[in-house]
Structures are given as C-alpha cells and as structure tokens.
Design a protein around this ligand. Structure first.
Ligand SMILES: Nc1nc2c(ncn2[C@@H]2O[C@H](COP(=O)(O)OP(=O)(O)OP(=O)(O)O)[C@@H](O)[C@H]2O)c(=O)[nH]1
Ligand SMILES: [Mg+2]
Length: 307
C-alpha cells in the first residue's frame, strides 16, 4: 500500500503532463481522426516516444473511431493498451552465492544511490550484502558508497582513489566468496556510451571478474535517469551492444514530468525494467510493477469518475 502510494505520488508530475491536456482532448465528442492526431502529438510531447504514441492512438482508432465514448472509457482503452506495452520483469534468479551485480551508467544517473537502496532492500530480505567501490575515479565516490554501506549494514570493499577499478572488482569477488556474502553490488564510475576508453575500462572489469567464474557477473544493470527523455533509448542500445544488460533501473521518476519515458523504454528495448527510483531516500526504490506504474499514470483520472 505504501509502495503503491509512493509510485502514485512520485508520478504526479508525469501524470499531470500526460493527463492534463489529454483530458481536454478526449471525451469532448466523437473520436475523430483529428482528435487522434492531437492525441499523438500530445503524447509525443509528453515523452512517451513516437512509436508508443502511435500505438496508443492506433488502439483508440481501432476501438473507438467514429464513436462517442466517455472520457473514462477512452482513458480505460489507453491504459489497457499502455499496460500491454509493458511487461513485468522476470523474477531474479539467485544462481549462486555470491550473486554478483555490476551497476553501470552515465554520469549522475543515480548508480551509487541505487546501490545503497538495493543493499538496504536485500539486507531487509535477510541477505548478506557486500558493496564494492568500483568508482575510483571521481573524488569522494568511495566515501559516498561507504556511507551507503554503513546505512544498509553491508560489507564494504575499497582500494585507494585512482586505483584500477578492475582490481577492486576482482578483490571484491574474492572477499564476497570468503565472507559468504549472498550478493555483491559493484559500483562503477559514470561514463558516456560513446567514450571508447571508458567503455574499454568497463570491459576490462567484466573480463577480470570472469576470471573467478565465467558466470560472473550474474547481472549487469544499467541505471537510467528518468529525466533524460528520448536520448535514453539510443544510449541504452549502445551500452547493450557492449554489455549484455540483464536489467534496467529507471531513477528520479519523482519530480520529473518525463516518467512516460518508461513506456518508450519498454516499447523500444527488450531489456526488463527491474527497479524504479522514486526519491533520494534509502527506501525510495521499488521493484518495477507494470500494474502499479499504469495505476500511477491513469488511476486517479479513472477513480475520479468512479461513482
Ligand atoms: N529525486 C531523486 N534523486 C535521485 C534518485 N536517485 C539518485 N538521485 C540523486 O541524483 C544525484 C546523483 O546520484 P548518484 O547516485 O551519485 O549518481 P551516480 O550515477 O552514482 O553518479 P556518478 O557516480 O557521479 O556517475 C544525487 O543527488 C542523488 O541523490 C531518485 O530516484 N530520485
Ligand atoms: Mg556514483
């Protein structure tokens, strides 16, 4: 219940961006081609992505062209179609202890914060968690992660600032094995997908981790800032070409009007969205759940009209 309302309140700006004008466009008469075009244009501006906007408008065309539907009926069609575009992530496979998760992404996306939140989440499930300070590049990045480790009562492995992140990751894997940890989360420095040498550095990290076991890392999750809008798709595709991403984390969905980008990400990329970040606090991370997300976008408008 608390989680549901967190998603609902976190998505308030996105909901306003999508529904505000939409409610003015639909439900004012017959569904016409002109109305559908307005709808497409509005949805594209609201950052749901071109293909998603067309898919939603097409669904409405199919069900309602020439008909006079109530606003509630139209929003129901749109929310059902939006829900069809989304898939819940498959359950996490805990293949071995330690389960190794490498967290990557562009600068400032929310990687370190997400790791802190994940550590808290997994600790609360009774798992023994270790964090590895694989961002040796940015000043104070190691200390930032250390604070999260303390807050979440996770084990912590670090080297000196400026040292080789691959060596940190290698040692952390050994330490996680030796200390019987269930999960090891490895932080990395922020990098742009088009910076070749930084992508090489990440490749080296993966190669070195694999020396422990070809199964390592079990997961590579890309952290995406939910404010980034349509650039995200291209960035993610390039990361995915270099690394087999097993999941996405979309952060900062609170406070952005661009939370509709989740629909675009889901519609354009075949990588599960696993988590959504809804704030800066340790508990403000939720497993992605399409029903909660769709309810967060549409439910209020539908509720309002419920007798
Ligand atoms: N509102 C909000 N802020 C967030 C969220 N996640 C992270 N932040 C904030 O975003 C900023 C950057 O977060 P970091 O976790 O340091 O991002 P990072 O990807 O590790 O950054 P670099 O290591 O510098 O690449 C911080 O101010 C965080 O508090 C979120 O879900 N919501
Ligand atoms: Mg960081």
């Amino acid at each position: 219940m608390a989680l549901f309302s967190a998603i609902r309140s976190g998505l308030s700006k996105t909901r306003d961006a999508i529904l505000g004008e939409l409610q003015g466009i639909v439900g004012t008469g017959k569904v016409t081609d002109e109305l559908l075009e307005q709808l497409e244009e509005h949805l594209i501006k609201a950052d749901v992505g071109v293909e998603t906007a067309f898919a939603l408008a097409d669904a409405l065309r199919e069900h309602a062209l020439g008909k006079s539907l109530t606003q509630k009926q139209i929003l129901e069609i749109l929310s059902t179609e939006a829900s069809n575009l989304l898939t819940d992530p498959p359950p996490m496979e805990w293949k071995s202890s330690p389960h190794i998760i490498l967290i990557i992404g562009v600068n400032g996306a929310g990687k370190t914060t997400t790791i802190g939140k994940l550590a808290h989440h997994f600790s609360a499930q009774g798992k023994k968690v270790m964090l590895a300070a694989g961002d040796t590049f940015r000043a104070a990045a190691i200390e930032q992660l250390q604070v999260w480790a303390e807050r979440s009562q996770a084990e912590f492995v670090r080297h000196q600032e400026g040292s080789d992140p691959a060596a940190v990751a290698y040692d952390a894997c050994a330490a996680a094995q030796a200390r019987n940890c269930d999960v090891l989360l490895i932080d990395t420095a922020g990098r742009l997908h088009n910076k070749g040498h930084l992508m090489d550095e990440l490749r080296k990290m993966v190669r070195v981790i694999r020396k422990h076991s070809p199964e390592y890392p079990h997961d590579i999750w890309l952290v995406i800032d939910g404010n980034t809008g349509q650039n995200t798709i291209n960035q993610t595709k390039i990361f995915h070409e270099s690394f087999p991403l097993t999941g996405l984390v979309v952060t900062k969905l609170d406070g952005t009007a661009r939370g509709g980008s989740v629909l675009s990400i889901a519609n354009n990329l075949d990588i599960p969205i696993r988590w959504v970040g809804m704030g800066e606090k340790i508990e403000e991370l939720a497993p992605f759940d399409k029903t909660e997300y769709i309810n967060g976008l549409f439910a209020q408008a539908l509720d309002n009209e419920t007798p």
